[in-house]
Design a protein around this ligand. Sequence first.
Ligand code: SF4
Length: 416
Amino acid sequence: MDYQINRIEYTKEMAKDYTILVPDMLDVHFMFIQKIMEQEGHRTVLLKNKGRSVIDAGLKYVHNDTCYPALIVIGQFIDALQSGEYDVNKVAVIITQTGGGCRASNYLHLLRKALAKAGFPQIPVISLNVAGLEKNSGFQLTLPVLIKAMAAVVYGDMLMLLRNQVRPYEINEGDAERKRKYWTEKLCEDFTHSKGLTRNEMRENLRQIVKSFAEIPMEKREKIKVGIVGEIFVKYSALANNDLEDFLHEQGCEVNVPGLLGFLTFYIGNKLEEIKIYGGNKVKEFVLEQVRVYLTGIEKIMIDAINEDGTFKAPMPFRKVRELVAPVISYGCDMGEGWLLTAEMIELAEHGYKNIVCAQPFGCLPNHIVGKGMIRKIRELHPDANIVPIDYDPGATKVNQENRIKLMLAVAKENM
Ligand code: SF4
């Protein structure tokens, strides 16, 4: 088939009446992101199409050697565009571009190629990046937008953490999820009025959120504690990991999914490390350092809010997580989720979540090294760590994945 790949810029003119499609990665966090984009004047839709048609569209338009997250994100876009729900001449798609050495930096080009092949060469692809890569005159990441995005990460992490710690013990089924929805809607509304963004407002909101979750009637039940780590998309996206969190909940587990704030801090830290080793722009170094300090500050606000109340278990500060992993893997391992993935497994084991699902996409070499490749080493430190690596790819069946997890849970029950 003949097709041409041109870069179509998303212009200010388009921003007036185009709809931007956002892939389904993190339910809670992306609702906030969607709200922020709407406040900036962009009409957005958070895609929810799922199932075999998404995977088939990915397989049809992306080479099957490509890593699974790329395949499934592109598949979701094309499946949505082919559904007839959108005016394909008034729609754009957005995708993250990390700027790292991994293939994630190149998804953009894969997506453009796939869109052209599927008959949508006119659709602009917006790169969401903070590394100064591709720019679009109609979509800009300004400082106020970045501040709102960081607040979205903290609120999203907090709601995810509390929902997961309450859900297995709630007396009235659905209370935790209802509370999460309530806070998501309230905070999105606050965002519309530029509220909830300063550190003081965040402190107050986070305290209120913890208090309101602590008021949910709960009863003590013995639950298997399971942590989820892995490549960022497969770890968080129910679309990619076949509803892993829900499955574990149905199996009677308490789930712990380390938050996005840690990943952001890891990313900024790596950029600073690169400048230290290879040299670089001093202004950029200064800005990155300010962002790192800001992230550490809001992490402290979040952890303090949980500890002051005392009902729930707070995550470890990033600084501590970084220290924990030092004897095990080099900080130079920064491809994919890098040393952070190994560190999260150790953090979970130390925090009592000794049963761990390590979600690995097919074709993801970096995360096979820092995930599956580090299991033996982690077991030397934590002999009771019960870790199962699960591969996610278009050919892997949900039944097969769930059966492997059930075997891990059988060991967990014995250990209990
Ligand atoms: S981290 Fe893995 S899945 Fe993500 S782009 Fe790199 S190789 Fe692909």
